[in-house]
Design a protein around this ligand. Structure first.
Ligand code: PBG
Length: 330
């Protein structure tokens, strides 16, 4: 009790603050999302994501080498698929010579020890911009899960270490696990987007991949029938627990900052690593505020990453990974 106890003693110098610090972030915490496009010599900035790029395979190769040198050890791959290759079933997703499959090989050749995770969902391949097959105004669950299983096998064949299903179909983790095991990929891991909310924070990402739901009659205009209602907490636990039962090695909460209560809730209940995706809208907000001179970019960025880890994240998918490592090294 005060005055015997004075909490400020533990804050009097940098040295004591370092000694008693509970949470420390390192490059080992980060998974780097990368956007890949067809073509050669392409590195185009995403307008709503300043200093973040879509890259062709040649640039991807240089990028992962640079990431590895900086001490970053994991990437999460996304592809932007040309309009003419999109359809309702996402057939291009299974093409062994498709962009994702080539991207996986490119990364593994450039950097064999880099952990490669791949996004598994139909939206970049879907002519309707949905994560699943659309039929009569609905997103089909079990039919979609089957395709996701085949897609996961295709990624594993190309060399992916982990698949990361981001679609929110029920039962897809089990379908994917069984599909991988049937083909002998027993060591290929699954990081499940377990508590993925129907969030408006994904806007810039959908710009990056041109993957937003299209405006057509009989096509749902949003993803609310599969992604979670931001109002719900217990449902997130149920999602995470079911995914773990179905074979998820890592469970994820997404978005990050606005959902840290969910991160802590899940962290307290489960015994697998918990990942957080600090999403495109979170990145865009800070870049915009910093550009206006309203927030100090580096300090706010580090505070946010630290907060995500303190909330219980074991790994963080973040567009700030390189920026953060630069700050750590300076
Ligand atoms: C697609 C997918 C999305 C994100 C990751 N995978 C978008 C969506 O669900 O619409 C969002 C990532 C971000 O905003 O940074 N299944």
């Amino acid at each position: 009790m005060y005055p015997i106890i004075r909490n400020r003693r533990l804050r009097t110098s940098d040295a004591i603050r370092r000694l008693v610090r509970e949470t420390i972030i390192t490059p080992d915490d980060f998974l780097v999302p990368l956007f890949v496009v067809e073509g050669k010599g392409i590195k185009e900035e995403i307008p709503s994501m300043p200093n973040y790029y879509r890259m062709s395979l040649d640039h991807l190769e240089n990028e992962v080498k640079e990431l590895w040198k900086m001490g970053l050890c994991g990437v999460l791959l996304f592809v932007k698929v040309p309009e003419k290759l999109k359809d309702n079933e996402g057939k291009e997703a299974l093409n062994p010579k498709g962009l994702m499959q080539k991207a996986i090989k490119t990364v593994k050749q450039a950097c064999p020890n880099m952990l490669v995770m791949t996004d598994v969902a139909l939206d970049p391949y879907s002519s309707y911009g949905h994560d699943g097959i659309v039929s009569n105004g609905k997103i089909l669950n079990d039919e979609t899960a089957e395709v996701l299983g085949e897609m996961s096998v295709s990624h594993a064949e190309a060399g992916a270490d982990f698949v990361a299903p981001s679609d929110m179909m029920d039962g897809r983790i089990l379908t994917i696990r069984e599909a991988l095991d049937d083909e002998g990929f027993v060591d290929t891991g699954i990081m499940s987007y377990s508590a993925k909310y129907a969030s408006a924070f994904y806007g810039p990402f959908r710009d990056a991949l041109d993957s937003a739901p299209v405006h057509l009659e009989n096509v749902p205009k949003d993803k609310k029938t599969y992604q979670m209602d931001p109002a719900n907490r217990f449902e997130a636990l149920k999602e995470a627990e079911m995914d773990i039962d179905e074979g998820a090695d890592i469970v994820m909460v997404k978005p990050g900052l606005a959902y840290l209560d969910i991160v802590r809730e899940i962290k307290n209940e489960v015994e697998v690593p918990v990942a957080v995706y600090q999403v495109s809208g979170e990145y865009a907000m800070l870049k915009a505020a910093a550009e206006k001179g309203w927030l100090d970019h580096d300090t706010v960025m580090m505070e946010q990453l630290l907060s995500i880890k303190r909330a219980g994240a074991n790994l963080i998918a973040t567009y700030f990974a390189k920026d953060a490592v630069r700050v750590m090294n300076s």
